[in-house]
Design a protein around this ligand. Structure first.
Ligand code: C2E
Ligand code: CA
Ligand code: CA
Length: 762
């Protein structure tokens, strides 16, 4: 069972009160009963004294009356003359006069001579109060006085009966119940002020002495037994209950006080509890609302106490939380550097516009040289520049909605019909250098634009399309580009290819083809270039030009290169076993040159396949070397040191001069096919190719021409002194199982230009 705080507070209050009141009550009960006991004892003592004194008084009264009789002349004469009749008459007359109940005349020695009642003789008779005597079921207080004339002639005795009247009289004086009883074996009650039924009980109890005390207790009495002269006892008893009378009132009052106190404190407790609980409830409610994200509850607790202070603190806490949350949510939706809306807010904005059916353009503005700036000048400078870009953009026009996408990119939401010219004007404003800390910084920008809802509705799609446009214009060296419908599909295919690349090796989807290289000097095929092929079950055939760059981007290229190396070398070993000595040319990517474990890997493979390093030629493009010249050069050196041949591939497509390439430990130069394919018809190509060959030879490099598509080109190349030829005219890349038969059946003289040289045939 659950109790509310008010109930618990009231409970505690009442508990404490009950405890206190119980203690007080107990103390009172103990004190009053002790006091009652004392009162009773005192009453009994007083009663005892009163009883004795009363009996004594009566005794004196009797003595006086007896003395009057004993002094009476007539009576003495009658005694002296033993005149019985006169004596009797005198006794009875006198007795009537003083209202005595018993008259007796004793002989000088104490024998009863004449008596109104049956009495025993008295031994050692002496004047005064004799005490009590029993006669005929009654007890009497008896006194005797001598009758002298002048010598002792007799004793005259008078007695009062001990009866109900005496008992009542005594009770009236002592306030205790008085019971006269015989102290003989057969106890009997002579007179008693006790109720009749009590008298019976008392008699029964007295039969058994031991029970007497208990009996008092059981009857709510306190008693005292006194022995009187003679065979009589007096029992004084007082009622405990009667003595307690005044205390009972006190107790009733006490109970009343307790009940009233409890009721009042119950009331006060619940009121007080409510007074405490009310603000607490208020605080609890406020806390609940804070938890639910509502911060507008007023938490004012009146007063000046701790609860009021708590309420105050709660209020402050609520405000602080609200403020912090506002701050957090601001940060959540804003860029920390530029303070512009971030991608989250941008998403909300585009969504709202889409819902409202609005058409707009989304332009991604990128700082194309941001990475260099960041590398050169550091983050702090770049952050300042970003802020300035923002300011400048906002100053140009307020016709667009501006957001920060990433550290080097902004997004502008513009109206649907914003033209290229307008974008151009925007870029113009950003052309002037940015000033910061007395230095000028040139920033270059590019804008990729997609349109909603024409191209896409969702932000992700719009952004991707704008980025596709950016990629295109970066290839085309433009700085503004609108996304064109369909570009996305190409991009999607690229994504699909990138995704499929991961599993292609495992799924055994790659294969190698080999394109023969003809040595003009030797007049025979001395080498083959291994070229990768990929047949995907859904995407179909994917050319290496398409997926190699993607593998380079995704980082899958290293695994791919290793697969090619392994596959090609085991193939070369197989050919070697079949008696075909062929050098295998394998293409390496930039990333491979950064792979420091590649050299060891290749050496292990060579050892496995029992091939000599001279059977291996590794082709590297100049761009791969340029990306990281020092590291690439180190890798190439290691490969060269290990005895492998190295060739510069696609020579002529890059910007490097032969002189620069000289520094590299390469052994061959492969003139790119773009210069060779139309060699026979292009005078320019002829100039380039012939001079390249000449120069390469001077640098001690062998020259391979790829892309030889006709006999005329062959002839020219032969004239220029080219060392090796590769091209469709000689052979297309061949599946591994066709290489051996193709080479054996090759008749060079049938394809070679005018047989200026004589070729060996196999
Ligand atoms: P590449 O290294 O310049 O390879 C020569 C490319 O020219 C091959 O295209 C080949 O089929 C083609 N070719 C040869 N002779 C002629 C000709 O007379 N006319 C024409 N039009 N083309 C000719 P492929 O096999 O499509 O390879 C394209 C590129 O893919 C290669 O260019 C190379 O950069 C890359 N590649 C191919 N296989 C691998 C590989 O295993 N690893 C790496 N890293 N790249 C590879
Ligand atoms: Ca190649
Ligand atoms: Ca090439």
């Amino acid at each position: 069972m659950k109790f509310s705080l008010t109930q618990r507070l009231t409970g505690v209050l009442i508990g404490v009160l009950v405890l206190t009141l119980t203690t007080i009550s107990l103390a009172t009960v103990v004190a009053t009963s002790q006091s009652t006991e004392r009162t009773l004892q005192r009453e009994l003592a007083v009663s005892e004294r009163v009883l004795y004194s009363l009996l004594h008084q009566r005794g004196q009264q009797l003595v006086q009356a007896a003395s009057v009789l004993a002094d009476d002349f007539g009576f003495r004469q009658a005694v002296a003359s033993d005149d019985e009749d006169t004596i009797v008459s005198a006794l009875s007359n006198h007795g009537r006069r003083i209202d005595s109940d018993l008259m007796v005349l004793f002989s000088p020695s104490g024998e009863v001579s004449i008596s109104t009642h049956e009495l025993p003789d008295i031994e050692n008779i002496a004047a005064g109060d004799v005490g009590f005597v029993e006669s005929e079921g009654n007890t009497y207080q008896l006194v005797v006085v001598p009758v002298r004339a002048p010598h002792l002639m007799a004793w005259v005795g008078l007695g009062f009966v001990v009866d109900q009247e005496l008992a009542a009289q005594l009770k009236g004086l002592t306030n205790a119940d008085v019971t006269f009883l015989s102290d003989q074996e057969n106890t009997e009650i002579y007179a008693s002020t006790l109720a009749v039924n009590l008298q019976h009980d008392l008699l029964a109890a007295l039969q058994n002495e031991a029970l007497a005390d208990d009996w008092y207790e059981s009857q709510g009495l306190r008693g005292q037994r006194l022995s009187l002269d003679g065979p009589v006892e007096v029992l004084l008893s007082v009622s405990y209950q009667a003595a307690q009378g005044p205390f009972r009132v006190l107790r009733q009052q006490l109970i009343l006080v307790i009940v009233v106190t409890l009721l009042v404190s119950l009331l006060i407790g619940s009121l007080w509890g409510r007074r405490i609980v009310k603000p607490l409830k208020k605080l609890a409610l406020a806390a609940q609302q804070i938890a639910q994200g509502r911060y507008d509850t007023s938490i004012k607790v009146s007063g000046n106490d701790e609860l009021a202070q708590l309420g105050n603190s709660f209020q402050k806490m609520q405000e602080a939380i609200a403020e912090r949350e506002q701050h957090i949510s601001y940060q959540l939706y804003h860029d920390t550097v530029t303070d512009l809306p971030n991608r989250r807010l941008l998403a909300r904005e585009t969504e709202n516009r889409a819902k409202a059916g609005e058409s707009f353009q989304l332009a991604v503005l990128t700082i194309t040289n941001f990475k260099q700036l960041n590398d050169t000048f550091g983050q702090d400078v770049c952050e300042q520049l970003l802020k300035q870009v923002k300011v400048r953009l906002l100053r140009v026009s307020d016709n667009f909605w501006l957001a920060s996408l990433s550290e080097d990119k902004f997004v502008l939401l513009t109206t649907e019909c914003t033209s290229e010219t307008e974008y151009f004007q925007l870029l113009e404003c950003l052309k002037t250098p940015f000033e910061y800390a007395q230095a000028s910084y040139f920033l270059s920008f590019a804008l990729g634009i997609s349109e909603s809802p024409e191209h896409a509705i969702e932000l992700d799609h719009l952004l991707r399309q704008a980025h596709i446009a950016l990629m295109r214009i970066s290839r085309e060296h433009h700085n503004i580009g609108f996304y064109q419908a369909g570009e996305d599909e190409y991009h999607m295919r690229q994504l699909a290819i990138s995704g499929a690349l991961k599993d292609a090796i495992k799924l055994n989807q790659f294969s190698l083809v080999y394109q023969p290289q003809l040595d003009l000097e030797a007049g025979q095929v001395v080498a083959v270039e291994a070229l990768i092929r990929w047949q995907h079950h859904e995407l179909g055939f994917i050319g290496p030009d398409e997926f190699i760059p993607l593998a380079e981007q995704s980082g899958d290229i290293q695994a791919l290169t290793r697969w090619v190396l392994q596959e090609a070398m085991s193939q070369a070993a197989e050919w070697q076993e079949q008696g075909l000595e062929l050098r295998i040319a394998i293409n390496l990517s930039a990333a491979d040159l950064l792979d420091s474990s590649l050299v060891n890997y290749i050496q292990a493979l060579l050892a496995d396949c029992k091939l000599s390093p001279r059977h291996l030629l590794l082709e590297v493009t100049e761009s791969a070397v340029i990306e990281n010249p020092e590291k690439a050069q180190r890798s190439l050196q290691q490969l060269r040191d290990a005895g492998m041949h190295l060739a510069i591939d696609d020579y002529g497509t890059g910007y490097s001069s032969l002189a620069q390439l000289r520094a590299l430990p390469v052994t061959e130069l492969k003139i790119d096919k773009s210069f060779v394919m139309q060699l026979d018809s292009s005078v320019d190509d002829q100039t380039i190719v012939s001079s390249t060959i000449e120069l390469a030879h001077r640098l001690g490099l062998k020259v391979v021409a790829e892309g030889v598509e006709n006999k005329a080109s062959w002839r020219l190349l032969q004239e220029y002194g080219c060392d090796l030829l590769q091209g469709y005219y000689i052979a297309r890349p061949l599946p591994e199982d066709q290489v051996l038969s193709w080479i054996t059946s090759l008749d060079i003289s049938s394809i070679s230009p005018a047989n200026k040289y004589r070729y060996k045939t196999k």
